[in-house]
Design a protein. Structure first.
Length: 565
């Protein structure tokens, strides 16, 4: 998934090998020193050589650790970049099925697990293998009988640890899934904390969070139980090996079959073999965890993204045609059925109907968030799927009921998504046309005012006018207005309406609205019921012929009628 710079990897491995090699020399010098003690002829050069070896081993260990850490950080950064660049282009249906917190866990938690394997275990694993092989070779030269003891205990340790490692792998997979679910729930609750508090839902969310935390606790205990077996088991095997070696070696020294220096060297070599084996057990555990994390990361990377395919030139001066469109979010649950209509360039079409009729779904299909189950949306005679996706979306301005605002300044929100340098004059002009400049100038920091998370520091009308200013700055040819004035007071609505009039000028506009003032002047009104078009025409035509439209207009008239004294 991410290949580190080759020369850094080679240097890190070479330093690890040099560290292992210097470590293998230490017992030889120690043996010679002890044997010289017994003959009362100590050579100072041996002491200086031993000190030099210690310094070299420390230096190579430090540089090796830094380079392996660099490689680990490099790998995790590359994986995170790859995941982030992949996630941004995943299709909307994927986000419908997965919570944002789950994706956050994949990008942060799972990649950290991979980094931990590289930075904390890989260097020790590589140098450990060299140390073990080198120590075994030297031990055979010094005394093969003592080495035989090692070959009895090591296979036993491997046989005992391997099955436990498989269990850790399964538990790690479950833990990572549970962590992703917990992160998803955490993100959902914190992002909608005002909804939680206004509905006094703290006890419910507290219980849900407690359950997930307890589940993570249980998985943690399962892993701890296995580690509680592995660690004492390895310690017992190590102690048994040392006891046997010291006891058997002591007997051989007493018999004169082995020098005291050789016994000390053998013990040091045994420790040099046992410690890497212990570290390898840790590496094996970390490797199993990283395997689980990598599998999850790979699943995400294998998810198909949106493709900016198509090379057909976009000519927005052609009619937009919905040609017998049918659509279902889930199989068997049809939202739109044989929807057919045509909108000429520059026209305004209003889509009306009861909630759940499929109005917003039409907008989602125009944006190409979803693909029709049947039929085609065409620009002139060309299916919009033949146009490059990102170029098609550049032609569209979307102002929704919620008017999403990103954390940051007002200027950043007005300019959001533009891949060009925007002048101060352009920003101010867009703000003036959107009737947003008056309240911006009253703020102490003006256009640099921080709006807070999701624009919480702004009113609904202010957020919607900023969204309109953003759309004006993009200068789209196709405009989608999704109930853009529905939840506003009369003063804010009037200002937003005036801003919308500037925005709609010379643009093909689709409007979802319940307000009569928005609908009545549309060039075409489409009445949608249960995913089907039951009527289309002008206001006067539908008022004379369509019962549901008559009912909607009548209800609006009653809402705006003055109250009797």
């Amino acid at each position: 998934m991410a290949n580190p710079p080759f020369w850094i990897f080679v240097a890190a491995i070479a330093l690890s090998l040099l560290e292992a090699a210097t470590g293998l020399v230490v017992p030889i010098f120690t043996r010679d020193l002890i044997d010289r003690f017994s003959t009362s002829s100590i050579e100072t050069h041996l002491i200086f050589l031993l000190i030099a070896v210690f310094i070299l081993q420390s230096a190579t260990s430090g540089f090796s650790y830094y380079l392996m850490s660099y490689i680990g950080e490099y790998i995790v950064a590359k994986i995170r970049l790859k995941l982030w660049n992949h996630v941004l282009y995943l299709p909307i249906p994927y986000f419908d099925r997965h919570e944002s917190g789950e994706l956050m866990s994949r990008i942060t938690q799972d990649t950290y697990t991979v980094k931990s394997l590289v930075t904390e275990h890989l260097a020790n694993f590589v140098s450990g293998i060299v140390t073990v092989l080198g120590a075994v070779a030297i031990l055979i030269i010094i005394d093969w009988k003592m080495t035989l003891i090692l070959f009895i205990f090591v296979p036993l340790a491997i046989v005992l640890v391997l099955p436990l490692g498989q269990k850790i792998y399964k538990i790690s997979m479950q833990t990572q899934d549970e962590m992703a679910t917990f992160s998803g729930n955490l993100g959902r609750v914190l992002s909608d904390i005002r909804l939680v508090k206004s509905n006094i839902a703290e006890p419910v969310e507290k219980q849900n969070g407690n359950q997930k935390i307890q589940q993570l606790f249980r998985f943690g205990l399962k892993e701890a139980k296995i580690q509680a077996i592995i660690s004492p088991l390895m310690a017992t095997i190590i102690m048994a090996v040392l006891v046997v070696i010291i006891g058997y070696g002591g007997i051989r020294v007493a018999r004169g079959e082995l020098s005291a220096g050789s016994l000390v060297a053998i013990i040091i070599y045994m420790v040099q073999i046992i410690v890497p084996f212990s570290q390898m057990a840790g590496f094996f555990t970390a490797f199993q965890k990283a395997m689980g994390a990598t599998e999850r990361i790979q699943q995400l990377l294998n998810t198909e993204t949106e493709h900016n395919n198509g090379n057909t030139r976009i000519d927005v001066h052609k009619p937009i045609v919905f040609q017998n469109i049918s659509f279902a979010y889930e199989k068997g649950k049809t939202i739109l059925q044989n929807v057919h209509f045509e909108v000429k360039p520059g026209q305004t079409v209003a889509i009306v109907g009861p909630s759940g009729a499929g109005k917003t779904t039409i907008f989602s299909l125009i944006e190409r968030f979803y693909q029709p189950t049947n039929g085609a949306i065409k620009l002139g005679n060309t299916d919009i799927r033949e146009f490059p996706l990102f170029e098609w979306r550049q032609q569209i301005g979307y102002v929704s009921q919620e008017s999403p605002i990103m954390s940051g300044t007002i200027r950043e929100n007005i300019c959001y998504g533009l891949n060009r340098t925007v002048s101060e004059e352009e920003v101010r002009k867009a703000a003036q046309l959107a009737n947003v400049d008056e309240f911006i100038e009253q703020m102490q920091d003006g256009y640099e005012t921080e709006v807070g998370e999701r624009g919480i520091k702004l009113s609904g009308g202010q957020r919607q006018r900023i969204a309109i200013a953003r759309a004006l700055l993009r200068n789209p040819k196709i405009l989608l207005l999704d109930e853009a004035t529905s939840n506003l007071d009369s003063n804010s609505e009037q200002k937003v309406q005036n801003a919308l009039l500037h925005l709609m000028k010379n643009r093909t506009t689709f409007v979802i609205a319940h307000r009569l003032s928005t609908i009545i002047n549309a060039d075409l009104i489409i009445v949608l019921e249960n995913g089907k078009i039951t009527g289309q025409g002008t206001h006067n035509e539908l008022l004379q012929s369509h019962p549901l439209y008559q009912k909607l207009v009548s209800r609006q008239m009653q809402n705006f009628a003055p109250a009797n004294d």
